[in-house]
Design a protein around this ligand. Structure first.
Ligand code: ADP
Ligand code: MG
Length: 350
């Protein structure tokens, strides 16, 4: 994770809007010299791509999508980029450029925005993306950050949500549930801190879960892996809102049903033990937790041999006719109709 460093407090007004933009963006270097023809500094960026272009935007609002009480600004910058890149990868495309728009109140200092940009910059280095523009403005209250990502893929490789066929296998990358539990841990520590501000939280036991929440990684590697394995998914979506609702989206868009096997769900041991600690059902957490930023996709059964031994991929079910519905096959081998429920559903249960 990241270390926090600079403790000085310079007011945003001391630099002015143009000074601030220059200050924050001066270190960005262009990586894609053939596709980024003009980046920050003119009225618009100029790009030139050989292939189909994918474009996606997300807006993050303080108090709604993030809480700065436990989200360091550097992590917020990193995560804001990940949220967008994940959508590009979910199209089986590679991200090339982003724009970054920020509104913030005068409660934020130049150093605070430096932290945010350090996170954005780190993400761009790791994921090989150019920052090509944005907008900066003041807000009456809080911070809002909107990133637009631009990616590229050949026409044949672009993968939509609507291509799944009955008998296709349902596959997910990585493991699930960690980001939700990471948030639970952070919320618990925030409550402890309110009661006793001198309490020093020891989160070392939960590093993996907290990292899944504060520093998620979008699955660029899975897009590369699928290309290397010569597997073209029939449909794909990223898991931002929880497995069950994303699975419903895939089924609805592809006009198919699905069977999901509870005993195939990929769970990290830390997810299992923390669910026990919080008295939560791990399947419920995996189905509804959200924010894991893994990729959920379907493949033709003939491609099974290409992916079967891969440690990054789990086959968790298969698609069927729409008339057969969408079911979870439990460990006890009972068939439970699935409902799409988001993040808040788990909270409502408590
Ligand atoms: P305009 O008046 O045309 O909106 P700005 O003064 O807002 O131009 O921005 C000047 C340049 O800086 C533009 O290239 C713009 O894309 C870029 N820019 C502005 N804000 C940001 C930001 N937060 N991050 C990255 N680039 C930015
Ligand atoms: Mg502007």
């Amino acid at each position: 994770m990241f270390e926090n460093t600079n403790n000085s407090k310079t007011k945003l007004s001391e630099l002015g809007e143009f000074g601030l933009i220059d200050h924050l963006t001066q270190h960005f270097k262009i990586k894609h010299t053939t596709s980024t023809l003009k980046s920050i500094g003119d009225d618009a960026a100029v790009l030139k791509h050989e292939n189909e272009i994918v474009v996606t935007t997300d807006l993050l609002v303080e108090g709604v999508h993030f809480d700065l009480a436990y989200m360091p600004l550097k992590h917020l910058g990193y995560k804001a980029v990940m949220v967008n890149l994940s959508d590009v990868y979910a199209m089986n495309a590679q991200a090339k450029q982003i724009t970054v728009s920020i509104a913030c109140s005068n409660r934020f200092t130049v150093e605070a925005l430096e932290e945010l940009y350090a996170g954005i910059s780190a993400a761009c280095e790791v994921y090989n993306v150019d920052v090509v523009g944005g907008d900066t403005t003041s807000s009456v209250k809080g911070m809002q950050i909107s990133i637009t990502a631009i990616g590229e893929a050949s026409k044949e490789n672009i993968t939509y949500r609507n291509g799944a066929k009955p008998n296709d296998l349902l596959v997910v990358s990585g493991d699930l549930g960690g980001a939700f539990l990471g948030l639970k841990i952070l919320e618990r520590e925030k409550e402890v801190f309110k009661v006793n501000p001198n309490a020093q939280p020891d989160l070392s036991e939960y590093t993996y879960l907290v990292q899944r929440q504060l520093k998620p990684e979008a699955r660029k590697d899975i897009v590369e892996l699928l290309a290397a394995l010569d597997v073209k998914p029939t449909a794909m979506i990223d898991i931002s809102d929880g497995l069950s609702s994303e699975m419903m989206h895939l089924c609805k868009n592809s006009k198919v049903g699905a069977n999901l096997f509870e005993d195939k769900l990929p769970l990290d041991p830390k997810v299992i033990s923390t669910c026990e600690e919080f008295k939560l059902d791990s399947t419920t957490v995996v189905l509804n937790g959200g924010e894991d930023y893994e990729l959920l996709f379907t493949i033709d059964q003939n491609d099974f041999d290409k992916i079967k031994a891969n440690p990054h991929l789990s086959v968790i079910g298969h698609m069927c006719d729409a008339s057969d519905g969408i079911h979870l096959i439990s460990q006890m081998n009972t068939k439970i109709p699935m409902k799409a429920r988001g993040w808040s559903a788990i909270e409502d249960e408590e």
